[in-house]
Design a protein around this ligand. Sequence first.
Ligand SMILES: Cc1ncc(COP(=O)(O)O)c(C=O)c1O
Length: 396
Amino acid sequence: MISQRQLFLEHVGQTSDFPLQLEIERAKGIYMFDTDNKFYIDLISGVSVSNLGHVHPAIVKAIKSQAEKYMHLMVYGEYIQTPQVEFAKKLTKLIPEKLNSVYFVNSGSEAIEGALKLAKRYTGRSEIISYNNAYHGSTHGALSVMGNEEFKNSFRPLLPDVNFINFNSFDDLKLISEKTACVLIEPIQGEAGIRLPKDNYLKELRKKCDETGTLLIFDEIQTGFGRTGSLFAFQEYDVVPDIITIAKGMGGGMPIGAFVSANEIMSSFKTNPILGHITTFGGHPVSCAAACASLDVIVKENIIEKVKSKGELFKKYLNHPEIKEIRGIGLFMAVELRDFNLVKKVIDIAVEKGLVTDWFLFHDSAFRIAPPLIITDDQIKEACNILIESIEESVK
Ligand SMILES: Cc1ncc(COP(=O)(O)O)c(C=O)c1O
């Protein structure tokens, strides 16, 4: 009989010659179980998605309940759909007043596409400034603002009038001008290997955007929903952007994204042309119901409160001469090793031992720690023991 593995390789579009090929049958909390019932600790949350762990009962309940009421009814923006309204109400209560309008889409890349369009439409300008080593998704617009030539070169031509500056360079802020529609930034760069903004950098960036009438967009797609120890990273740095993009952890495991801005800015999609941004499935009611349930749990169970101390616990237990640095904030961390070869060995051995971690798209000498935020202290210890053993075996 042809195995699932063979069928996967033959019929499911592949993106590399070496996919992980774990065959997961079920998942619960921080654990995933394969077809032989071997369990794996998920230290990456499906890349910053499963913030409440896998198959959270409140999320499953909300999904079932909404699926029984209605699923897709109409393209985005026409009908009053309670799960969308509820989520928008809950979210906007938790963030600054000026971010009071939520446009729902299906993914992170789409949130970026919408946010870039909105900035161009609102300002009437065309220049977009992004960052070297930034990752914002893989669709054409998102690819155009990706700060890595290797990944985008084969897909040119891309969007014109996109310029790149260096993260944390105060000098480069000079390049933002009255021609700039928006600056798009991950407040903490993820795929660059978890790079934190220097003191005051985001404040200076905000100031420069204010001076030039440029919209400031924070991509909170990885950093959102508690990962850094705040609901959003911008709250860590006391800077309020004009637009935030969200996705990943938003849906508690269901696909959804959004860009959030001020009503006054968002309204520019209503005219010239009418229907300035269109999506069929954006804010799918079942995904919105999941997002509501997830946000409720995050808030009611004070999930975010312990995120920073859990991050510190990782730093305490991950003590090994081969570890050069642990960068990050909350449960959004990079463990820096000597080089890619060692990282690859550690990742492979860890998977054999039942722990999944990963490297970063634009930085291959570190591995990622971004577990579900519900990970317990004992589970952190268990995960760190496996990682230390994996490092030991890799350098033997
Ligand atoms: C910071 C950031 N922005 C945007 C995206 C794109 O999101 P999606 O894969 O849902 O399109 C990602 C995905 O990894 C991301 O990390």
